[in-house]
Design a binder for this molecule. Sequence first.
Ligand SMILES: [Zn+2]
Length: 312
Amino acid sequence: MSLCVFDLHCDTLTAFRTPDRCTHTLHDACAAFSLQSVPKGTNWAQCCAVFAPDTLSPQQAEVFFDQTAEKFYCQMGEYAHLAVACTDGEQVEAAWEQGKTACLLTVENASVLGGKLERVETLRQMGVIMMTLTWNGENQLGSGNTTEHGLTSFGIQAIREMERVDMVVDVSHLNDKGFWQVAEHATKPIVASHSNVRNCCHHPRNLTQEQIQFIIQSGGLIGLNYYSLFLREDGQPATREDVRRHLEAILDLGGEWHVALGSDFDGADLPPELDSCKKIPQLYTYLESCGYSKPLLDRLFWKNAIQFFQRG
Ligand SMILES: [Zn+2]
């Protein structure tokens, strides 16, 4: 069977808002994730985040989301022969059966709610399946990993509302205090869409052992991020071997059914071995050469994620 990939996070949609990027589409040869770069014969599912910078006011972030989501759906129309917007695992499978790439809309920074709880349901109706509560700094819901304080009461209300409308709570970018507040209030599985293992690379964006164990117990997912700064501490470009080290640490904690990919394509300066969706088949081959079984690698590359989003 051909390779399948389900990637929990990219920032490729950010290009829509960045004037100096090449063609401003999901079909951009310069981008790390591009509909034209998905390796031939590979079934690909890509979570595409609307990333709202912390510098935007709540009102600006709201408009920013609406405009970016509109562009996303325009692109889905323009490239309908290559891709289809999906909101669950069943739709991803249907896309793959038609030979199309599945694109799933997510949010990075719930500042896009504009401080309004009712926006959670609106966003869900617009196809958003998962949302981080914060980016690195502070917003109306709480504060991210460059700060110390946790969630606001609005942030906690938002968790409940997200669960009610079946939008996954993404804990990537939170600080530790915020993470444990989510853990206290969430009743459904939680996901860290693009975070690594702090024991393997000490960075506040990475997860502690206890956090990984909590996500596993919740039935959630951890998406491995390819950014060098989150993979290794010595300032050198990361390699596939670094991904393997972080994978191994999650497996050691019992994460075989919860580990996934969360590339951060077009959102971070990625190392040469991992800087394009074209290179992901080589990551599979490399990990296979390290002795990991195909069933395990299939869980990592797509099965855990697709099953998670099929949970009904
Ligand atoms: Zn991020």
